[in-house]
Every structure is written in structure tokens, then in C-alpha cells.
Ligand binder design. Structure first.
Ligand SMILES: [Fe+2]
Length: 325
């Protein structure tokens, strides 16, 4: 029994040097005294410094305009990203050719998702061309601060209508304490009633005010009211943003064929949506332990290993569904 506990503590201590974020699941990360002494903010500063260095290494083939936009806003917003003919074929695949449809429910929102691994992409030529586009790939890996292959999915967010408060993604939050990448290529026009993605401009930056806010949050840690916050995905009220000098909320009600790449350590949420509406996109994500000092290379065995982990994670957090509508 004692040995068991000892092993658990060793794992919890080792997790300090990983992307582990839950104050609730890890009593070291959630320890009030350690966080008073600065554990959370030290992890945060170290993670930001290392990922900034990794982005710098990957920035050599990113245009200075894109670098500036990303540094300033925390996202990249690119219209008409694919040639019209390729986009049409991709739209068709996104509407009709899902390899395996999985779903999960959060409040009044059902998310339908299909992970596009290398096997699936063999059947989806337009999606494969998108994933093989070096100009898009360079932007995704730059924001992700790692060169491993980003993970593509078809994603349809369906709004059943109901209590907005039921969906945790509709509150402003930071996904985790370290920089991380999520991106959406919207396959249809996103109107204001479709629950557009919203991002608080500049909220990816670690200002002194943000650092103090993180410090206060970490001291509450396991006692934070919101379940997701206690698990390390901190929530912030819209009315509190101005106190951190965060004054502009960007709403992505954008035309089809727009690509948005965001650092989701910045504050973001799903906008409110009309009952029965949905939005369809190709969704990319990528993340890496923020304490690895160099971006992992685009090396096939690493890509395959990461892809298997993502497939397992999607399978464990979703259920099989029969339709993407
Ligand atoms: Fe999020």
C-alpha cells in the first residue's frame, strides 16, 4: 500500500515537467502552499519561454506579416485559403465522406467528429491535398511550436438549443497553461447564429496582469468553482477581461474557405447559436510537452506514434454515431 502511494507521488512529481494541468487530479499541481510559492506560475513562465524558442526555430519560413499578426493577436485569419476547385471537392468530402463518425455531447451542443489518420486520408484526396499543403502546414506547426504532423478531423458542431450555461465551451476559457494550437478551415459560411468561434485578442500574451490572475487562480486550484477550471482549463468572466487590459473580442463569423489558427492558451469560446444550426469544418490540433526544448521533427515514426495516441483519445472520449447531420 505504502509502495503504491510512493509510486503515485513519483508520477505526480514527474508530471510537473509535462503538459499535465489538472489541480484536481494531481495533488502536487493542486497544492495550495506550492502554488502560493509559485509552482503554477513558474511552470507557466518556463512553458512560455520554451515554446517561444520552439516557435522561433520554426519561424524561418513564415512571412513577417503572419508572425506579426500572430504575436499581436494570438491567431491567424486567412480568407480564401484553398483554390476554389480544391475547396469544392473538400466541401463534398466533408459533407459526405466521413470514415467513422464519433460524437460527444456538452450541454446543448453535440460535436460530431472523424479523425483523419493516414489510412482515412487515402480515401479522401482533397483532404489529403490540404494536409500536404506545405504553406498551410508551416503555419500550423509554427503556432503549435512543433514540426510533427498536425492532427486533422472533420468536425460538425450541432446546436440543439437550450441553456447556454450547459455547454462549458460557451464560456471564455484557456485550454491549458501552455501555448497550444487549434485550427479550423470552415467548409461553409459561419453566420452569427451558428455559434462562431470567438477569441479575445492578445489573450495569449503573458502580461504581468495575466500572471497575477493565473497566480490567484492557482491558489484556489482544486477549490475553483467550475469543474473544468479545477481540471486546469481556467475560466474567466467576460466582465473580468477589461481588468487584464483585454478589450477586443474577435468573432469569426466568416465565409467558407476561411482558415483560423489560434493559440488556445488564449481566452476563447463558442458563440451563442440558434437551435438546429450547425457548422462544419476541417479541424486541426497539435500539442507537445511544453518542456521539450526543441520542436519535434516531422519524422514518420513520431508522427505515427502521435496519431495512434490521438485515435485512442478520440475513441475514449466519444461514442460511435451514425450520421454527421
Ligand atoms: Fe477551448
Amino acid at each position: 500500500m505504502k509502495q503504491n502511494m510512493f509510486a503515485k507521488y513519483l508520477i505526480w512529481i514527474a508530471e510537473i515537467f509535462t503538459e499535465a494541468k489538472s489541480f484536481e487530479a494531481n495533488p502536487i499541481l493542486g497544492n495550495r502552499l506550492l502554488n502560493r510559492l509559485g509552482l503554477h506560475v513558474i511552470r507557466l513562465i518556463m512553458a512560455r519561454l520554451i515554446t517561444a524558442f520552439r516557435r522561433w526555430i520554426l519561424s524561418w519560413n513564415i512571412s513577417s506579416a503572419h508572425r506579426r499578426e500572430f504575436r499581436h493577436k494570438g491567431y491567424l485569419h486567412i480568407s480564401n485559403v484553398l483554390p476554389p476547385e480544391l475547396f469544392k471537392r473538400l466541401q463534398d468530402e466533408g459533407e459526405h465522406c466521413w470514415p467513422e463518425i464519433r460524437a460527444f455531447i456538452q450541454g446543448d451542443t453535440t460535436t460530431r467528429i472523424a479523425f483523419l489518420d493516414q489510412e482515412a486520408l487515402k480515401q479522401l484526396p482533397a483532404a489529403r491535398m490540404l494536409c500536404e499543403s506545405s504553406s498551410i502546414r508551416d503555419l500550423l506547426t509554427y503556432v503549435a511550436s512543433t514540426a510533427i504532423r498536425p492532427w486533422p478531423h472533420f468536425l460538425r458542431v450541432c446546436n440543439r438549443g437550450g441553456e447556454v450555461n450547459d455547454d462549458p465551451q460557451k464560456h471564455f476559457h484557456s485550454d491549458t497553461f501552455h501555448p497550444t494550437m487549434k485550427a479550423w478551415l470552415f467548409l461553409e459560411d459561419v453566420t452569427a447564429d451558428k455559434g462562431p468561434f470567438q477569441y479575445v485578442e492578445g489573450s495569449h500574451r503573458l502580461t504581468l496582469k495575466r500572471l497575477c490572475w493565473e497566480y490567484r487562480q492557482s491558489i484556489q486550484g482544486r477549490q475553483l468553482n467550475e469543474r473544468y477550471a479545477a481540471r486546469g482549463s481556467l475560466r474567466i468572466a467576460e466582465s473580468e477581461l477589461a481588468s487584464l487590459d483585454l478589450l477586443h473580442i474577435q468573432t469569426f463569423d466568416v465565409p467558407a474557405n476561411t482558415l483560423v489558427i489560434a493559440d488556445t492558451s488564449g481566452f476563447h469560446r463558442r458563440g451563442e447559436a440558434a437551435a438546429g444550426s450547425s457548422r462544419l469544418s476541417v479541424y486541426f490540433s497539435s500539442r507537445l510537452n511544453p518542456y521539450i526544448p526543441f520542436p519535434l521533427p516531422d519524422f514518420e515514426p513520431i508522427n505515427r506514434f502521435a496519431e495512434k495516441q490521438v485515435a485512442k483519445q478520440v475513441a475514449s472520449t466519444t461514442t460511435r454515431a451514425t450520421s454527421n447531420e
